[in-house]
Design a protein around this ligand. Structure first.
Ligand SMILES: Nc1ncnc2c1ncn2[C@@H]1O[C@H](COP(=O)(O)OP(=O)(O)OP(=O)(O)O)[C@@H](O)[C@H]1O
Ligand SMILES: [Mg+2]
Length: 440
């Protein structure tokens, strides 16, 4: 399995996240270290534990965004979860062990996807033969003489040509398929089964194999169904499971967002189980074996990246044992007006590009002038200081307010709109006049 270099990871993240160089570097190095470790003698590799990271820093500065972008980038099993979604073992809800189960599931899906891609050509060929069997029959073996056998062969090749030219796509054929419309699974709640840590569907399939029914389909649809089915037949599911568990154990990454939120309120109130979640997380992060429906999985070498604003609670308020398992701390920088200008314009799908595209669909040509961008950034900065500092999230609010009249009037009014400093100042005045007279 090849791996991205730290520089490649950082430059990918740079396309979406402005600044925060230290956080990007830490994340990139941690990812590369998984790969480095894998090259070593297994004896040594066993003792090299992942360097788990905590990304701390004020709200709205890109912590979650880094996690989100990494999910798209990595070809490794990656799970992004919110610590607040879990409850202490014994309480109603998902317990943290499902993190390991979901990671395995994710890894196996990843391996299966790769396996399917590797057999896609063979699956297409096999599906074509099956489709020809349905269309012209496969009765060559019943032919009474060579002549008839040749005729059958010719019919088949003619049909093959028409099939490939998509001439038959709209014709209807009958295909024998599993009847998935009623599965006995519905009796159980999804969460309950998942927590049993066993393969309930597999079990039910063995006890009561799915009913087979004949369905009428178009040739185009049947081709797709058969290709999927043949690909499933061609891949070795047991191998995929074994490889998936291995990948989850050795390359798996869990992005544990909102970790600070499970620090607060040990004791009374509705948060009574939060401290318990921390306690439950400890073995998972420290390394333990979790039963999954595919078999046991060790979390010893799973890389954990935690993120949190740590406003009310500091990383030091985490249980000491848990802190010890997160040797790397990176604090993200607060953002200033200069960062805001860049966030507005530079990222791949920056906000200004989003608005331009959205309004473009209604025929409004929206352009942002550099002085307009600067004014918006300065305004966001001012509001963050005067009201609450919500980081780059402020930009969403500011832009929405500034462009509200344009958004509302389109498509009836579709004159081009230029957002420059004058535009921003005009809008700010209008908004404060509105607020001044509004009875609040
Ligand atoms: N450095 C940045 N570069 C580009 N966009 C950013 C940056 N920081 C924040 N944003 C944008 O601001 C929004 C909020 O950011 P994000 O979700 O990453 O905040 P956070 O740091 O996780 O905050 P919280 O602690 O509240 O969860 C996102 O839409 C994100 O795109
Ligand atoms: Mg966040």
């Amino acid at each position: 399995m090849e791996s991205l270099t730290p520089r490649q990871v950082v430059s990918y993240l740079d396309r979406y996240v402005v600044g925060q160089a230290a956080a990007k570097r830490a994340v990139a190095v941690a990812i590369r270290n998984r790969y480095r470790r894998q090259q070593l003698d297994p004896d040594l590799a066993r003792d090299i534990l992942p360097k788990n990271i905590i990304l701390a820093g004020p709200t709205g500065v890109g912590k979650t965004e880094i996690g989100r972008r990494m999910a798209d980038l990595l070809h490794a099993p990656f799970l992004k979860v919110e610590a607040t979604k879990y409850t202490e073992v014994g309480y109603y809800g998902r317990d943290v062990e499902t993190i390991a189960r979901d990671l395995v599931e994710n890894a196996i899906q990843l391996v299966k996807r790769e396996a399917r891609e590797s057999v896609v050509e063979r699956a297409k060929e096999a599906a074509e033969e099956k489709l020809l069997d349905v269309l012209v029959g496969d009765d060559a073996e019943y032919a009474i003489d060579d002549e008839e056998r040749a005729a059958v062969g010719r019919r088949r090749e003619e049909a093959r040509v028409r099939l490939r030219d998509r001439e038959l796509d709209d014709e209807r054929v009958l295909l024998t398929m599993e009847d998935r419309s009623t599965t006995s699974m519905e009796v159980f709640s999804a969460a309950g089964v998942e927590q049993m840590g066993m393969d309930m569907q597999g079990f039910l399939d063995r006890v009561a194999p799915p009913k087979m029914v004949d369905r009428g389909l178009t040739v185009a649809r049947a081709r797709h169904v058969l290709e999927v089915r043949e690909a499933e037949n061609l891949i070795d599911h047991d191998d995929c499971v074994r490889e998936g568990i291995h990948r989850a154990e050795h390359f798996g990454i869990v992005f544990l967002d909102e970790l600070d939120k499970v620090v607060a309120a040990e004791g009374a109130g509705p948060d009574v189980s939060r401290g318990g979640v921390q306690r439950d997380l400890l073995p998972l992060v420290e390394g333990c074996t979790i039963q999954t429906r595919y078999g046991p999985m060790s979390t010893q070498h799973v890389l954990f990246m935690a993120a949190g604003a740590f406003h009310h609670a500091r990383p030091e308020d985490l249980m000491p044992e848990l802190q010890g398992r997160f040797p790397l701390r990176v604090t993200l920088d607060p953002l200033d007006a200069g960062d805001f200008s860049r966030i507005l314009t530079e990222p791949e799908h920056a906000l200004t590009k989003q608005y331009r595209a959205l309004l473009g669909t209604d025929g409004v040509e929206l352009t942002f002038q550099p002085d307009g961008i600067e004014e918006i950034a300065a305004l966001a900065q001012r509001l963050n200081i005067d009201q609450a500092n919500i980081g780059a999230r402020r930009l969403h609010m500011v832009l929405e307010r500034l462009l509200e009249p344009v958004s509302f009037a389109a498509p009836e009014e579709s004159a081009p709109v230029v957002v420059d400093a004058a535009y921003v100042l005009r809008r700010v005045e209008a908004i404060s006049a509105q607020q001044g007279t509004s009875p609040r």
